[in-house]
Design a protein around this ligand. Structure first.
Ligand code: ADP
Ligand code: TPW
Ligand code: MG
Length: 584
């Protein structure tokens, strides 16, 4: 032991106790500084203390039963708020459970950040078998718009700033942020730490379209005899609702809403051509796409749906595409007039060009649409008025339709196959961003995570219409809904299985792969956690239960007993099933 010399002792005694901060606090401060107020996640090593400290710091920490649901919640929170939704998980398995949602966010163009704790770098990199060892950054890169790792406390500010910018700027998407365990405990000088944080200025900069691109689009639109507007969820995300409605109304052009764009204008709008979709797609001559990709959901812009001779043939339409991604145009068919920029700026520019003297589309076009539309609506009204026993999708959804009409502010969550397709076509939406569903992938499992996020982010009543199979993917989150006492009313369209409940194992040994326990009582699940469970076998019972749920705002699960023969294979997309040449 050396002896301490006299001057050193004096220096030690005179030094101010240095104020320090650590990785935990810097992460929290950086998130707060950027207006993040809610985290969706699931605790465990190395982030347990972070979840506690986030809560203590006044952020809302919503704790789930499975990371996938937390991730879906974060993804849709991003869609609803234009701020990145944050999902927080533990290492390897927790990270992987969150990864599906990260990929989903990227695919759907939702801004989300998956923050996962990770194990010790030098052990992971030498593959020496650390606790929950995995090279998470490498895995995430393939499914995220961007992926970052922070190794030093001084870099936390930059890491979070980059993650936010990457998630919300340009085409939004999923971002991965890797925070190794050791980072959280690193301590640095508090003033240095504070100075290292970045409040992101203008995270999603406006992108103004080029005037010549706007002029080209307007020229094309002006010459159209049978114009059509297609609104996608990018248009809903952009929150340019008033200008989009003006553009539609000033031009008088009929429009179609993609699933999550329903309600951008009320579905009951006279220019809505949804009830004549199969007529307008092949007939239209110029199509203006706003925030909608020509992917499988629009039959790739070609083939028979669009009037083409065979499944790959172009139907002859000219396309104008408004999108923030310059690479989207021509991905499936020729885009004659790409308008690249943010939808708010693009629609404003188009509106300015439309002015006041715009020639509305020829009456032959709009009246031909109206004729088909009215016929289809009348046919649907007839079907909806029937009261078969047992209840079918139509008679049950007729009730949901009325409840949503009476509560237009309510959020509607929807997943399943028939339960999805029938709800989309039967239940009208009246306000923007109220319908959230399976999205671009047609993914099952978003249900309860979306319910939690929708309730937390909007404070509105949530109504979920769930296939019995779809519900199973996230059903345990019913406990989360009860724990946070959220105003969620889940309606399970229980037809005893995937698509329908009638299949049998030809060998007679097991249940068929698509069939579940018959007459299951899903309503009992929520009772285990103090929620309200109702078994509804008639539309009247369903109506009473839904009205009560909306009035009380209590977590409610209604088991709607649906005729097990009512559904069709894959709902509306039967044609996408590969058909076996040789039957089993
Ligand atoms: P849908 O499934 O409803 O047809 P898609 O997910 O296919 O919608 O398309 C959404 C499109 O919207 C994407 O191509 C995306 O780049 C675009 N987009 C998202 N946000 C914006 C925005 N703010 N401005 C412009 N385009 C956007
Ligand atoms: C993650 C495949 C598409 S729809 C569906 C499955 C399993 C369930 C349909 O049954 P449900 O609806 O919900 O009872 P209904 O009304 O037709 O009876 N795994 C994932 N995503 C998808 N899309 C599937 C499987 C699928
Ligand atoms: Mg089912």
């Amino acid at each position: 032991m050396g002896t301490v010399t006299e001057p050193a002792v004096t220096a030690l005694a005179n030094a101010q106790p240095q104020e320090t901060t650590d990785g935990f606090h810097l992460v929290i401060d950086a998130l707060k500084l950027n207006g993040i107020d809610t985290i969706f996640g699931l605790p465990g090593i190395p982030i347990t203390d972070l979840t506690r400290m986030l809560q203590a710091a006044g952020l809302r920490m919503i704790s789930f039963r499975h990371e996938q649901s937390a991730g879906y919640a974060a993804s849709i929170a991003g869609y609803l708020t234009q701020k990145p939704g944050i999902c927080l998980t533990v290492s390897a398995p927790g990270f992987l459970n969150g990864l599906t949602a990260l990929a989903h966010a990227t695919t759907n163009c939702f801004p989300m950040i998956l923050i996962s704790g990770s194990s010790e770098r030098e052990v992971v990199d030498l593959q020496q078998g650390d606790y929950e060892e995995m090279d998470q950054l490498a895995v995430a890169k393939t499914m995220a718009k961007a992926a970052f790792r922070v190794l030093h406390a001084e870099d936390i500010g930059v890491g979070i700033a980059r993650a936010i910018r990457a998630a919300v700027s340009g085409r939004p998407g999923g971002v991965y942020l890797d925070l190794p365990a050791k980072l959280f405990a690193q301590s640095i000088d508090a003033a240095t730490g504070k100075a290292s944080l970045i409040k992101v200025v203008d995270p999603a900069p406006r992108q103004i379209p080029a005037p010549d691109a706007v002029a080209r689009a307007l020229d094309l639109l002006k010459g159209a005899k049978k114009p059509l507007i297609v609104l996608g969820k990018g248009a809903a995300y952009a929150q340019a609702d008033a200008d989009i409605a003006s553009l539609v109304e000033k031009t008088g052009i009929p429009y179609l809403s993609m699933s999550m764009a329903k309600g951008l204008l009320p579905d009951t709008h006279e220019q809505s051509a949804s009830a004549a979709r199969s007529y307008v797609l092949p007939e239209a001559d110029v199509v203006l796409l706003i925030g909608a990709r020509l992917n499988w959901l629009l039959s790739h812009g070609k083939g028979k749906t669009w009037g083409g001779k065979d499944h790959k043939a172009w139907g002859g339409q000219k396309f104008i595409q408004v999108d923030i991604s310059p690479q989207e145009a021509d991905s499936n068919v020729r885009i004659d007039a790409p308008v690249i920029g943010d939808i708010g700026s693009c629609v404003a520019a188009l509106l300015a060009g439309v002015g006041s003297g715009w020639q509305k589309p020829p009456a032959e076009w709009t009246s031909a649409i109206a004729e088909r539309k009215n016929k289809n609506i009348a046919k649907m009204a007839e079907t909806l008025a029937k009261d078969p026993s047992p209840m079918n999708f139509h008679s049950a959804l007729n009730v949901v339709r009325d409840i949503v009409r009476a509560n237009p502010e309510a959020m509607l969550v929807n997943e399943g196959a028939n339960a999805l397709d029938f709800t989309r076509s039967i239940v009208d939406m009246y306000k923007p961003r109220k319908r959230i569903d399976v999205g671009t992938w047609g993914i099952m499992g978003i249900g309860m995570g979306y319910c939690v996020a929708a309730a937390v982010v909007t404070g509105q009543q949530v109504i979920a219409v769930e296939g019995d199979s779809a519900f199973g993917f996230s059903g345990m989150e019913v406990e989360t809904i009860c724990r946070y006492n959220l105003p969620v009313c889940i309606v399970i369209m229980n037809n005893n299985g995937v698509y329908r409940g009638t299949d049998v194992d030809p060998t007679g040994r097991d249940p068929a792969p698509t069939v579940f326990v018959k007459n299951a009582r899903y309503d009992k699940i929520i009772e285990a956690f103090g929620g309200v469970g109702v078994n509804a076998t008639t539309p009247a019972e369903l109506r009473r239960a839904m009205e009560e749920a909306v009035k009380s705002r209590k977590p409610t699960l209604i088991n709607a007993v649906i005729d097990e023969t009512a559904g069709t294979e894959s709902g509306r997309i039967t044609s996408l099933n590969p058909s076996a040449k040789k039957k089993a």
